[in-house]
Design a protein around this ligand. Sequence first.
Ligand code: ZN
Length: 122
Amino acid sequence: MASKNFPLGDFRFTGKNNGANILAKCTICRNVFERSEFTVLEDQARKTTLHVTCRKCNTAALIFLSVAQDGAVGLGIVTDLNREEAIKMFGQEAVSADEIIDMHQLVSKHEGSFTDLFKKIN
Ligand SMILES: [Zn+2]
């Protein structure tokens, strides 16, 4: 089966066998990442988020993979998050709409300085 090159974001993915075998290269130094260098941050049915740090140039990236009927699509972005920071960030829950509304109501009803507001919150 023919391979295709997908120049996406700052990383290049090479898909073979309908995307079942995906190689990611560092766009800075062209180093090919090894499977063991990826850290899975999130793994859902058709979407996986990975972190990788290039062993040659030390560039870190977040990689978002989506699996569709005709293969896998990947998007990589360079990040300043190291592996531990990425794990911590992805492990946290997103802020809910209710929490945003609560905060808006708290701020809009408050009279006084922000220093007083933060004292009230703590
Ligand atoms: Zn590199």
